[in-house]
Design a protein around this ligand. Sequence first.
Ligand code: ZN
Length: 303
Amino acid sequence: MTFNRRDFVTTSSFALAGVALARVPLVGQAGQKAPPPTTFTDIRRNVGFFTGQGGTIGWLANPEGAVAVDAQFPATAKACVEGLQKRSAKGIRLLINTHYHGDHTGGNSAFRPVVKQIVQQERCAKLHRETTTKNADQQAYADVTFGESWSQDVGDEKMWGYYYGPGHTGGDAVIVFERANVVHMGDLMFNRVHPRVDGPSGASMKNWISILERVAKQHGDATFIFGHAKAGAPVTGPAKELLYLRDYLTAALQFVQKGIAAKQPKEEIAKATELPGFAEHASSGSVLTLAGVLNSAYDELTR
Ligand SMILES: [Zn+2]
């Protein structure tokens, strides 16, 4: 089996599971692979988050129906589907994907038979299709797409999806539960772990910085759900965490700009072991590394 670059990147996103992977017992008593442990956590007003393996899932479950934001991988998506079905007698109405990466859309197939609609921003939908042509039969694609924004009422909750331009990928949506005042950032938020900047899909660190600033300003008192966090760090938090990642991305761009001005080659700049001022950021797997961020910053600053 051959892999092109996109396939490699998508496959490697298994490594994004980071925290969750570390807790997974590899082999059960009977020699079978044990399913990864999963957890439902309430935030407020029927909204909460689900952790298993892959990007954090946000959920709503009220008497009029349930909604999932992101789907992880099939193994844990199944547990999420079953849990949400128990939490709302009317079943799961919607699945929304924040972006196309496999650790957020791989589990769509577990939701497909039970949800009325799968919603994606249109660039996310395009990237999801383009990067999964070899295993399209294992995917579940969007039936509803939106450009700038999307909204739907589910019982007494009002949900919104917003597109602020390229960030972590070329197509990331921010999903808002208006009345609960909870905002799912998808992978526009990595807490204390080096983020992935998916250049080939159209990511932009400069615009990502502006997104974090705008969203933090617009939803100053909200609780935010983060796509990923380093081991032991929370996957939810306040607006100030968005500004912390903004500062990290700004520092990374400045660090690389300095290197370019000093005529340092890309490989030399990417050898840095620490971003000054952000020593507590951890790596996870081979994808979430400082070198990955610095290489992406270099590409963006020189293109
Ligand atoms: Zn991602």
